[in-house]
Ligand binder design. Structure first.
Ligand code: ADP
Length: 497
């Protein structure tokens, strides 16, 4: 192995302590895999009020740590825990983190001091490295919340003993969230007014955390190669495409891994029966149980299409809503829907079982056990996303032999291979147009394949179940990314020296 790296991950969320999205899964798994490869990784995150310190065995590490914010010295405490062997440091500040939500209140209003909260978290994370003598090779930031790390390294820490040699990496989990705020807190953040220019932090008069982070980072990545290409265009670049394009080959995509300890039909303890590609009989048991649970007609030969999703615009379920009634009216197919979010979509999907009894089942809410049941018991799994940085459910579906029907965007494009009718190869069914009719015809294609070419479906199931999206594979790509960042940093230092 090449020499071990010292890596600090700065993050606003991490499984199992606090989660609102995929970022938490990544930071809850990638450090462990890097550690198993011999690297020295620490994680720094906020000590949110809702994190139960005794449940996770957190210990006080520093009673007080001073952090310079602009011209003010702020104080916090630091707790320490361990997540599968990886040290996790928690920045404790009642003023900033002792409240119910991570980013917003119960009415979904963003906390007005978010720029201060996450600017503080980021500077505190760097200060912590100095105070514990962690001489980082890599500072790895995630999303806008910690994106300022790359700028702080260059502005404040270029010459210090703990951080002077650190290269910076920024991972974007969803480019739509950028941390764009009025410049009122710019002084507090200590970013220097000389940098408040359109090529760095300034964005139409406001300041933009993610933009500054991108500009200063040694390398930037997102969570799939196709999403990396799409975000280089005006359509999905949300105003930042020019800055991502300026990074050249220093902006790329690395697919997330998935946790096969949780999502594997051979050993999943939440599903009615286990199964493997060699013996699919357990999958038939899961299908029958799913039909029973949702009061669907118990017919082994009627294909089931599963849906598990946040009900938000990004996921394209308003398009499915436009198509689904025509689908179930014209095709012998069943749907099982699990989701929550948009109230209008919740009401609509929740009303379908009563109108199409025996053919559509729905559960409005969040239910992890049901998610496993649907992955195991369905024949197909639909994700008509408008955009999808990586996506996890389609990767779970592959493992469960539940063929994905997806819009060819982002991580969906990268992880699902299109069915080839002549050869019988592929792992799913893809369409490009974000329309109800594209969904209608692609579901029709999958359903007719199910009825007319079952041997192809079986071959696709076997190929799908053999795919490997383990964290080991992704972590190796992250190590290559870290090396690229270190080479860029060395070249930068050489040019400066
Ligand atoms: P995103 O992170 O954009 O919501 P992903 O496909 O990457 O989409 O991940 C979604 C994760 O959340 C999966 O693990 C999925 O099983 C889970 N999930 C989403 N909605 C629900 C729900 N209503 N009940 C249970 N699990 C859900």
């Amino acid at each position: 192995m090449k020499s071990a790296l010292k890596i600090v991950m700065l993050t606003s969320e991490c499984v199992p302590y606090a989660k609102t999205g995929g970022l938490a899964d990544v930071v809850g798994a990638l450090p462990q895999t890097l550690r198993a490869m011999g690297h020295d990784v620490i994680v720094v995150m906020p000590r949110y009020g809702r994190i139960d310190g005794s449940k996770f065995g957190l210990q006080r590490h520093f009673e007080s740590m001073g952090v310079w914010m602009g011209n003010e010295l702020e104080w916090c405490a630091v707790d320490k825990g361990e997540n599968d062997g990886v040290p996790v440091y928690f920045i404790e500040s009642n003023k900033y983190f002792e409240r119910a939500g991570l980013y917003h209140d119960e009415n979904f209003n963003d906390y007005s001091d978010n720029p201060r909260r996450f600017g503080f978290l980021t500077r505190a994370g760097l200060q912590l490295c100095r105070d514990i003598g962690f001489k980082a090779d890599i500072v790895h930031a995630h999303d806008w919340q910690t994106a300022l790390a790359s700028a702080y390294l260059r502005i404040w820490h270029w010459n210090d003993a703990a951080l002077g040699r650190a290269a910076s990496v920024l991972t974007i989990h969803n480019l739509a969230y950028q941390g764009k705020y009025s410049a009122a807190d710019y002084d507090y953040l200590g970013l220097q007014w000389g940098n408040f220019t359109p090529d760095k932090f300034e964005d139409h008069g406001a300041m933009n955390f993610l933009k500054g982070g991108i500009v200063y980072a040694d390398v930037v990545n997102t969570v799939s190669p196709t999403y990396a290409s799409e975000t280089r265009t005006p359509e999905l670049g949300y105003g930042l495409a020019p800055y991502l394009n300026d990074k050249g080959s220093d902006y790329l995509g690395i697919l997330n891994g998935i946790d096969y300890a949780q999502w594997n039909p051979a050993q999943d303890r939440l599903i009615p029966a286990n199964y493997t590609a060699a013996d699919l009989s357990g999958k038939a048991v899961c299908k029958q149980a799913l039909q029973k649970r949702f009061s669907l007609q118990e017919n082994a030969n009627t294909p089931i299409v599963g849906v598990i999703s946040r009900l938000v615009d990004q996921k394209g379920l308003h398009l499915l809503a436009e198509a689904i009634e025509e689908i179930v009216s014209n095709m012998d197919v069943q749907f099982v829907i699990l989701g929550s979010g948009d109230k209008g979509l919740e009401w609509y999907f929740g009303s379908l079982p009563a109108r199409y009894p025996g053919q559509i089942g729905a559960y409005i809410g969040y239910n992890n056990e049901l998610a496993h049941w649907i992955e195991a018991g369905s024949d197909f799994f639909i994700m008509p996303s408008i955009y999808e940085p990586c996506g996890l459910n389609q990767i779970y579906s592959l493992k469960y032999g539940t063929l994905p029907i997806v819009r060819a965007t982002g991580g969906l494009e990268d992880t699902v291979q299109q069915y080839d009718e002549a050869a019988g190869t592929g792992t799913g069914f893809k369409f490009l147009q974000p329309t109800a009719s594209a969904i209608y015809y692609t579901v029709g294609w999958a359903v007719s394949t199910y009825y007319d070419r079952r041997h192809h479906i079986l071959q696709m199931i076997r190929t799908a179940m053999a795919q490997d999206y383990s964290w080991e594979k992704s972590a190796r790509q992250y190590v290559a990314l870290y090396e690229q960042a270190m080479a860029n940093k060395a070249a930068r230092d050489g040019a400066a020296g």
